[in-house]
Design a protein around this ligand. Sequence first.
Ligand code: COA
Ligand code: ZN
Length: 295
Amino acid sequence: MVRIIEVGPRDGLQNERETISLSARLDLIFALAEAGLAEQEFGSFVSPKAVPQMAGTDEVAAGLPTGLTGWALVPNVKGMERALASGCRNAALFTAASEDFVQANIRMSIAESLEVFAEAAGLFRSRVPEGRLRGIVSTAFECPFVGRVDPEAAVAVAHELLELGVDEVVLADTIGTAGPSEVKRLAAAASDIPKEKLAWHFHDTRGTAVANVWTCLELGYRSFDSAAGGLGGCPFAPGAGGNLATEDLVYLLEREGFRTGVDLELLARATLPVLDLLGREPESKVQRAVLAGRS
Ligand code: COA
Ligand code: ZN
């Protein structure tokens, strides 16, 4: 079984120019859950001035489908308070491997972000001891401002997050530039982190995401983030394209004999209302093939 964390309702929607309604966000989450995506990053508790698309995540949290493992993205203590007040049981804290990127994204240094996270994680643990925390290392391969990132630098941040008590670390190719050899180098640098404590987050900006996932699978990793319909990006990372499409990921996995628990037909249809609202065509090749009846 491979674990898929669906991030379209957050990473996907936050990068769209159009802000869609709370009910359309919830409809998407329900359709994705119906397709079998039992873990979803459903929104973020960030400043609505910084990311207007994620305003009202508090209300989305209140309306989630029963049984869903919902992850909330949280940048600071205020965000953690909002997440806890909305009943969230799972939270993802995000920093980066590059100073310039963290500064642009959450207006802190890496060290400051880790201090803030220690406080946010403490608050979380005191209120939901059974809850789970992820720590995201953005720009783990390359930063849009300063270029390539030393794998050791990314892994150092991963270790700091684990020391703060996160249950897993997510290594993110935020701008979608990495290829398989870089994945191998980063995995080698992270070899002392247990495989079940690492998840991978690829963007498909240059078409390398599926190759990178395959490399991770061969190395024994089993957790991946992806966004249905290939929605996504990051408004703070110039040039970041869409996420790895969940359809492309599910197809690869199932075709190669890994179970995902996802119904590809339902998944291919799940994003259609949102794509319609956004005035976009499906970008995932697999989604287009399934919709055309050529699956
Ligand atoms: N939720 C809602 N509002 C928040 C908030 C949160 N988690 N954190 C801060 N704010 C508000 C403050 O209350 C303050 O509001 P005011 O102007 O009405 O008084 C304002 O935001 C500024 O607060 P400050 O602490 O000075 O924050 P900042 O301007 O340094 O911005 C972040 C820091 C983290 C809040 C902001 O950069 C942010 O939300 N970034 C998120 C980016 C993102 O989502 N990236 C996704 C990954 S690509
Ligand atoms: Zn992303």
